[in-house]
Ligand binder design. Structure first.
Ligand code: NDP
Length: 488
């Protein structure tokens, strides 16, 4: 997928190389080819983006009515859809994910994220109270929502357009302006979106993109900038801790979607075939690089052996290779660096676990031999404190363990510093509900996985995040409420 494209920063409605004079090579994980050179933003570009964002906030964007903002965001969504193939190809080149996945999830959701929050903003009302004090004074109180200001948006590489627009959509709908720092691995779709913003009539300075890295680079500069009013971040828990320290200066708000080590609980009375299908997606989708993927599977003992065999068959059925082949349903990991990390866990598994399937690198033909591919992998017989069971791996792998009692499954599921998501598989709806209320996570699916309604609250508990986003819940972070008390 070689190309010699230049990826530029997008500041105040214009593309710019920036003043730093530094670039890095963007590598396609399918075959190790260089697909573009990315121009790194320095302090001057981050400052310029923040100034542009404040001008837009106090200017045309800030003065636009919610109805006009919503209409503009609909045009942005339509602009993504009109250039669907361009976004698709860019996302595939950056991530290596199969078209069968990106064309169904990443790009359509990238567009939908603008429409859903435009709809939310069209329909919100205000809180209203009639007040009578004990000494007979009367007043009306109403609370209005104002934009929070300039929002720093820091994104990961696993679902680049989808997770970025999941933040930019509500931020803009609420009247804020944004500066996006995409992952160094996946800079392209955020950059392309700048053109769509201009074409949709989004005023200059509302949407800005600065490219760079974390510490000592654009990511850190953005989180340390005193004129960035709030920071929304999706990524690793350790990065979240570093960002939170920076945000503490000036007491700036944060919204965090962080790591997970998600459990699934499979009861003996589940619909077996549907569960195996669902778990195959839950464990292996996007090569295990979705924060919601399952890496710990607990199965009731009577069906344990059958389940292990059935998931093994699924793991061995994935087709790797040309991302545009409709039959391809597994891509590579995002980079050689990430593959080294995942293979470290595979090596531990090979030494310590019973390896049901996988544990290595597949043979790939031709140029794909230079890509960052790994085999889908299943382990059993590890203790719960083994790194492969306790730590987030972010690869296509899981550990499966049998259990005997419902309470035992819940205890195992809760035995993690993370609390992002779980899935529960049973045909006994009472059992499902009792379990769902006992597992300490932000999102629970019953007899499904990743079935999303964008109006629902999304986020993690424990070390998996702070805050909830989605539908009206996003207003909590992206707006400030002002209560107005009018004495009658
Ligand atoms: P990282 O935390 O490594 O990076 C995320 C973003 O933060 C990147 O843009 C990165 O830049 C930037 N960054 C890194 N260090 C700093 C810093 N000190 N200050 C400011 N910015 C910084 O996460 P990954 O990209 O590796 O993504 C994978 C992680 O994301 C997994 O842990 C996964 O669970 C989590 N995730 C959580 C989701 C959720 O909803 N809870 C959803 C999706 C992923 P750069 O990459 O250029 O270094």
């Amino acid at each position: 997928m070689a190309s010699n494209q230049n990826i530029l920063n997008f500041i105040n409605g214009e593309y710019t190389e920036g003043t730093l004079g530094k670039t890095w090579e963007n590598i396609c994980p399918l075959d190790g080819e260089i697909i573009s050179r990315v121009h790194e933003a320095g302090k001057a570009e981050v400052d310029a983006a923040v100034r542009a964002a404040h001008r837009a906030l106090n200017g045309p964007w800030g003065k636009m009515s919610p109805q006009d903002r919503a209409d503009t965001l609909y045009r942005v969504a339509d602009g993504i859809t009109a250039r669907f193939d361009e976004f698709l190809k860019a996302e595939i080149a950056d991530t290596g994910k199969p078209s069968s996945l990106a064309s169904h999830i990443d790009i359509p959701r990238g567009a939908a994220n603008f429409k859903i929050f435009a709809d939310v903003i069209r329909s919100i009302g205000a809180e209203f109270f009639e007040t009578v004090t004990p000494d007979g004074q009367e007043a009306i109180n109403y609370a209005v929502r104002r934009p929070k200001g300039v929002i720093g948006v820091i994104c990961p590489w696993n679902l680049p357009l989808l997770l970025m627009t999941w933040k930019v959509g509500p931020a803009l709908a609420c009247g804020n302006t944004v500066i996006v720092k995409p992952s160094e691995e996946t800079p392209t779709t955020a950059t392309l979106l700048g053109e769509v913003m201009n074409d949709a009539g989004v005023p200059e300075g509302v949407y800005n993109v600065v490219h760079g890295f974390g510490p000592g680079s654009a990511g850190e500069m953005l989180t340390q900038h005193p004129s960035v009013d709030a920071i929304t971040f999706t990524g690793e828990t350790a990065t979240g801790e570093a960002i939170m320290k920076n945000a503490a200066v000036g007491v700036r708000d944060v919204s965090f979607e962080l790591g997970g080590k998600n459990p699934a609980i499979i009861y003996g009375d589940c619909d077996f075939d549907a569960t195996v299908d669902g778990m195959s997606r839950a464990v292996f989708a996007n090569c295990g690089q979705v924060c919601l993927n399952t890496e710990r599977v607990y199965v009731e003992r009577p069906i344990y052996n059958d389940f292990v065999e059935a998931l093994k068959a699924k793991a061995e059925s994935f087709k790797r290779g040309d991302p545009f082949d409709k039959a391809t349903n597994q891509g590579p990991l995002i980079s050689q660096e990430h593959r080294d990390k995942v293979l470290g866990y595979y090596e531990r598994g090979n030494n310590d676990a019973k390896v049901v399937t996988g544990g290595g690198v597949p043979d790939m033909d031709g140029a794909y031999g230079k890509g960052s591919w790994v085999e889908p992998t299943i382990w059993t017989d590890l203790e719960e404190d083994h790194p492969n069971v306790a730590e987030e791996i972010f690869g296509p792998c899981c550990h499966i363990r049998p259990f005997d009692k419902d309470e035992e499954a819940v205890e195992l599921a809760n035995n993690s510093p993370y609390g992002l998501a779980t899935s529960i598989w049973t045909q006994d709806i009472k059992r499902a509900n009792v379990t769902a209320r006992s597992v300490n996570v932000g999102i629970t699916w019953v007899n499904c996985w990743f079935l999303r309604d964008l109006r629902t609250p999304f986020g993690g508990s424990k070390q998996s995040g702070i805050g909830r986003e989605g539908g009206q819940h996003s207003l909590e972070f992206y707006t400030e409420m002002t209560n107005v008390c009018v004495k009658l």
